[in-house]
Design a protein. Structure first.
Length: 365
């Protein structure tokens, strides 16, 4: 079957690009002809502008003179994301609008469109577009695989909820990444909605080895990663560093990350991100995909949150690891090592269930 995927594949976010990579390879592994529908709206592209833009030479030159190292580092990071997209994601030609996406689907011979994963159904996201709900007036097999609406789908504006429900009613197979999201979809449509694993968790560590890089990382370190910085999170990383005697490796450019025990690597792309997690002694932060890859590579980890994070608990509770989600106000202590033999058995069952949903959804009756 000829399949198209619609997701946040091109945002310069490690988890977004890697979940797109995983879903693409899982569907191709099922024997389908699969391609990512390369939607890159003007808003999406504006969010990931490189530091060096030669179309504005005067501004660019001034920026380089004032911040030479930062400019070159972030430009190298931008290039690594774009290279990963070109080399590892099979994409259509670039599309910029909702209308162009609809026309491409109609003209390309695609038999089914899979939307997901990531927060593509969260209207609060800057890069949200109604294309991700397949809001088109033509017939196509519509499948949702693990899209997310964020922490609180109930807070979506009523007018948008109504339009979303209309779109969902056209789907042939519905699922989300979180139980809360699935319950919300069912409450608005009356249709069953499965809860499935994030695509990154459908692949095992060996499946990511093709992305491995040679590196000169320290032999032991704590990897701290937070896509959104919250009060107290970095202090928890420092607390863990004091207890373990390890240095903290960070990949983001922030003035908060100071100290003689901090190692900065600010030019990481998706492949470097995987390498850093694979080599870490501990991972700590508030990123869903930091959690996912910590599980994949059998890392010790602590996830931080000001409140119960339904996205993470959806994974942690079935695995019996809910104690690894720590409130930033709570005292931090080094925990017993995770029994990954036990975790892998549970993950295998969860993976089977999610793969079965996807295989059935892609099968025409």
């Amino acid at each position: 079957m000829k399949i198209g995927i619609l997701t946040f594949h091109a945002s310069h976010n490690y988890g977004s690009m890697l979940q797109a990579y995983a879903l693409l390879h899982v569907i191709m592994g099922m024997g389908h002809d699969c391609k990512i529908i390369n939607l890159r709206t003007d808003v999406q592209k504006s969010l990931i502008q490189p530091e060096i833009r030669w179309s504005h030479p005067r501004t660019t030159l001034s920026h380089i003179i004032k911040h030479p190292l930062r400019t070159l580092t972030l430009s190298r990071k931008y290039s690594r994301f774009e290279r990963f997209l070109c080399e590892n994601l099979c994409c259509s030609h670039e599309l910029h609008t909702h209308a162009e996406v609809g026309e491409y689907i109609r003209q390309s011979g695609i038999e089914a469109v899979v939307v997901g994963s990531d927060q593509i159904w969260n209207p609060a996201c800057w890069d949200f577009d109604w294309s991700y709900l397949l809001d088109f007036d033509f017939s196509i097999r519509r499948i949702a695989y693990a899209p997310s609406m964020g922490h609180t789908p109930e807070m979506i504006a009523q007018s948008k909820q109504k339009r979303m429900a209309t779109c969902w009613n056209r789907f042939d197979a519905l699922s989300t990444r979180e139980q809360r999201g699935s319950a919300f979809v069912t409450s608005l449509t009356g249709k069953p909605c499965a809860t499935v694993l994030d695509p990154t968790l459908l692949l095992a560590a060996n499946d990511y080895n093709r992305l491995s890089l040679s590196s000169s990382l320290p032999s032991e370190y704590i990897f701290y990663y937070t896509p959104r910085e919250e009060p107290g999170t970095f202090l928890k990383a420092q607390e863990l560093a004091r207890q373990t005697g390890l240095k903290i490796l960070v990949t983001q450019d922030s003035s908060e990350y100071t100290g003689t025990n901090v190692i900065r690597i600010n030019d990481c792309g998706p492949r470097e991100f995987i390498n850093i997690i694979r080599g870490a002694s501990y991972c700590i932060g508030n990123s869903f995909h930091l959690l996912a890859f910590s599980l994949i590579f059998h890392r010790e980890f602590i996830m931080l949150s000001h409140q119960k994070d339904s996205r993470m608990l959806n994974i942690l509770e079935p695995l019996g690891l809910q104690d690894r989600l720590v409130n930033t106000d709570a005292e931090l202590s080094v925990m017993n090592k995770i029994d990954y033999k036990k975790i892998d058995r549970k993950m295998t069952e969860m993976r089977k269930s999610s793969l079965k949903y996807l295989a059935n959804a892609l099968r025409f009756n």
